[in-house]
Design a binder for this molecule. Structure first.
Ligand code: NCC
Length: 332
């Protein structure tokens, strides 16, 4: 499975969908957190529901892979239910992702989505560091330099002088900032850990996802109980769920699944680079299609992003081929 090859257009498609979903997700989360001060849903329940939907969708994908219902049941029994070692291995990133996903809500409840996106780019060098430490990947000076350049480039590309949004709820920017810092470390560690487990065996991506989402549901339920237990008992699990909140849950699920596909067929560094390239390309496309005004900050950022990609030495296909051939069996 780890040596399975897919076409370059398919990789680009997955990277683009993942980036677009992520951008939409952050904006919609922010909208649902500031739209109304009266009936506010419990964010912990939304994180938990996202894990449930991802589990259901992953079982559906495994069913496609297995072919018949009896084979699906056998696969689930053998590889998930009777494999406590696998469940335990995947419980590590699921705990870390549970923290990260909850932190994203804390951050987006206290900071503007644009500010959040900019600060969140710190995850690019953080992920690279985790890859070096955990996957024994070595990066040369040129590659480190290009990763830092990319980080600065993306920050400039996304930078908009933000006017403080008038919101009806109380905000704590410092808390929001601290939540992003925690999320950055969680994203780097959990992403690389998941990649390591996934690529160290031939186990299907969907089996790995099912293992992770099962413990993900348990962890996020703990989050609901610890943080909002009393209120959930009083008002109900789905208190304040508007169609927008369901949209958040849906986008969170689709985004998570695309992230897993992207990590399977490329790697976590590629994920960062491609997201950056997609942001630049979508802005350039908006310039031609919708006459979007391009600022000088954007231009500087776009040049830095392109230069960093060139410097890092991607073409996509070469990088992915290297990634696949360098993957030795690693035990976690
Ligand atoms: O931060 P990021 O990803 O690294 O977070 C990874 C998200 O993917 C989910 N995941 C990961 C592996 C896996 N096998 N299954 C999964 O469901 C994790 O639960 C976690 O939610 C990014 O690189 O910027 C990206 O950002 C997130 C999201 O925007 C941020 O975490 C903050 O809001 C994107 N997630 C969504 O759009 C839902 C992700 O696609 C890309």
């Amino acid at each position: 499975m780890s040596s399975e090859r897919v076409s370059l257009p398919f990789k680009l498609y997955c990277l683009t969908v993942m980036t677009l979903v992520a951008a939409t997700y952050n904006v919609v989360v922010r909208y649902t957190r500031i739209a109304s001060a009266e009936i506010m849903y419990f964010s912990t329940t939304a994180v938990c529901m996202t894990e449930v939907i991802k589990l259901i969708l992953s079982i559906g994908m495994l069913a496609r892979e297995s072919g018949t219902p009896s084979k699906l049941l056998a696969d689930i029994k053998e590889q998930v239910l009777c494999n406590p070692g696998g469940l335990l291995k995947l419980s590590v990133p699921s705990v870390v992702y549970a923290v990260q996903n909850n932190m994203a809500f804390v951050a987006l409840s206290n900071l503007d989505a644009a500010v959040y996106q900019v600060i969140y780019q710190l995850k690019i060098p953080c992920t690279a560091l985790c890859m070096v430490i955990m996957l024994n990947r070595s990066l040369g000076k040129k590659q480190w330099f290009s990763i830092c350049t990319l980080c600065v480039g993306v920050i400039l590309v996304q930078f908009k002088p933000v006017e403080a949004t008038k919101v009806k709820v109380e905000q704590n920017p410092f808390l929001g900032f601290m939540a992003i810092v925690v999320a950055v470390f969680c994203s780097g560690f959990a992403g690389v850990y998941f990649e390591k487990v996934l690529k160290s065996s031939d186990t299907s991506l969907w089996v790995r996802n099912i293992q992770m989402y099962l413990s993900g549901i348990a962890c996020t339920l703990m989050g609901v109980l610890l943080n909002d237990g009393d209120k959930v008992i009083e008002h109900g699990f789905f208190y304040g769920y508007t169609p927008w909140v369901w949209f958040v849950v849906f986008m969170g699920s689709v985004g998570g699944l695309y992230t897993s596909i992207v990590v399977k067929y490329t790697d976590n560094i590629m994920k960062g680079f491609s997201a950056a390239a997609a942001i630049v390309l979508s802005t350039v496309a908006s310039f031609f299609l919708f006459g979007l005004h391009i600022t000088s900050t954007f231009l500087c950022g776009a040049i830095l992003v392109c230069a960093s990609i060139y410097l890092y030495g991607l073409p996509v296909s070469k990088e992915c081929a290297d990634t696949e051939s360098k993957q030795k069996p690693i035990t976690v």
